[in-house]
Design a protein around this ligand. Structure first.
Ligand SMILES: [Zn+2]
Length: 465
């Protein structure tokens, strides 16, 4: 019998999407995260490829957070025969349910639209998965309390520990035979106005760590000042501020900041703020339901949502687009890969007085990245849309730790130097961060390739009876 404990990244290896990390032990096989590849066509095509592991052989899935690049493949994994439990925190459960239903709907609509317009290279265009596939996955979801120890097998257990990235997001601290393995998940910020900072961990022998901003620092300027300036500049021109954002959780964070600016009199109180998302109706509830997971008081939660006009109905989107005067629109998806934000871009991006405000990470190959790189046009649903509006980015609002914060997060492992596996980063960022860790800590750092198996350790005969 194989007595090795191995790790293999089926996604998010030398790229930032498609997170799937497979831990194989003599007792149990565990998948950490089950995300979709997003961005470049070559990456998105991977979602359609055969999974390099038999889904029926995976015993359990641990989910760090509700972003699509971490949870979006779950319905397919279940379709391919996975029958184990899917562990996550309560807010992650609520968010993931909404996100997956929305993801299926977007895919069904896009396939339908492609078939109607005849622009797909495949006939008929098919959705990656459907709402029915999502419904079949939901009964496998299991809620886990923060810091609760979950025994997965005789020798393997884990705990979720808050990591401050989005509502409900966590790192995973795992006990595996006599070793400790940490999966960082996406590491958040230390000084967010919305979320608590990452919780301390007990030490580790192996750390599987994200490296999205491994080569960069967020600016020192207060993002709230920048946000006020963007909104005031646009208001002066009677323009619209369009904010592509993850619609649940992240959107509430930006709504909170806009609300703060209004309360402090730093922007006009009359500017209408629209949250256009079919998922938005549940957003308020989720925020108020989990007060332990964010910094907002009950009053702040209520006030955040009081000031926003929530639109669920697709038919009203056109009315918001045509509404004259200054306005702020928050809509998904955050990297402009799909969703209603595309309708806004089609109509509002060609108008000079408008502003698109980017607040999150934009993966390679997404329309968001194209905007960061000053694209003069965007291809949306088969046609080119000229970009004449302003494009502004506030990286200080990012949900991802920068290089300094990532190094600070690593400092907690100093007493027991671990081996590091860098995942979830583009190659340039990973290389820079690897050198930095080696310089600062003298630790062993590996950047695994996709589907490359690494042996962590061998289980002694006595430990594996
Ligand atoms: Zn994330």
């Amino acid at each position: 019998m194989n007595n090795q404990v191995t790790i293999k990244s089926l996604g998010a290896a030398e790229t930032v999407t498609g997170s799937k990390h497979l831990l194989t032990t003599p007792e149990i096989t565990i998948l950490v995260d089950c995300g979709l590849f997003q961005g470049l066509k070559t990456l998105r095509n991977k979602n359609w490829e055969i999974l390099p592991v038999d889904a029926t052989q995976i015993d359990a899935l641990l989910l760090t957070h509700a972003h699509l690049d971490h949870c979006g493949y779950i319905p397919l994994l279940v379709k391919k025969g996975f029958k184990g439990k899917i562990y996550m925190t309560a807010p992650t459960r609520d968010l993931t349910e909404i996100i997956l239903r929305d993801s299926a709907k977007i895919q069904e609509e896009e396939a339908q639209f492609a078939n109607d317009q005849g622009y797909s290279k495949h006939t008929p265009a098919l959705p990656l998965y459907t709402t029915d596939d999502v419904e079949r996955a939901l009964p496998l979801f299991v809620e886990v309390e923060h810091s609760q120890v979950v025994q997965l097998s005789d020798s393997v257990s884990f705990q979720f520990r808050k990591n401050g990235h989005i509502l409900g997001s966590c790192s995973i601290q795992m006990s595996c035979y006599d070793k400790k393995i940490v999966f960082s998940g996406d590491i958040g910020r230390n000084n967010s106005r919305f979320l608590l900072p990452p919780a301390a961990l007990d030490g580790a022998d192996y750390v599987v760590m994200e490296s999205t901003y491994g080569d960069r620092l967020h600016p020192d300027t207060d993002p709230l000042d920048q946000l006020a300036k963007v909104i005031n500049d646009a208001t002066e021109d009677h323009g619209a501020v369009i904010i592509p954002s993850f619609a649940v959780g992240r959107a509430q964070e930006i709504m909170h900041l806009i609300n703060l600016l209004k309360k402090e009199g730093r922007i006009s109180t009359w500017i209408p703020v629209f949250l256009d998302s079919p998922m938005a109706a549940n957003a308020t509830d989720i925020l108020c339901k989990y007060p332990k997971w964010h910094k907002l008081s009950k009053e702040e939660c209520d006030s955040v949502c009081h000031d926003v006009i929530i639109n669920r109905d697709f038919h009203n989107t056109r009315n918001i687009i045509e509404k004259k005067g200054a306005k702020i629109i928050i809509s998904a998806s955050g990297m402009l890969t799909g969703g209603r934000i595309l309708e806004y871009m089609k109509s509002l991006a060609p108008v000079k007085k408008n502003t698109v405000l980017l607040i999150g990470y934009q993966a390679e190959g997404t329309r968001g990245r194209a905007l960061q790189n000053n694209a003069h046009e965007l291809k949306i649903r088969g046609t080119y849309v000229p970009v004449r509006c302003k494009v502004v980015e506030i990286t200080g609002l990012s949900g991802h730790a920068d290089q300094k914060e990532l190094l600070l997060w690593l400092k907690q492992f100093e007493k027991r130097p671990p081996q590091i596996f860098l995942v979830h980063g583009e190659p340039s960022s990973q290389q820079a961060f690897k050198l930095k860790i080696e310089y600062e800590f003298k630790w062993k750092v590996k950047i695994p390739k996709e589907n490359e198996e690494s042996v962590l350790f061998e289980v002694k005969a006595s430990a594996h009876a």
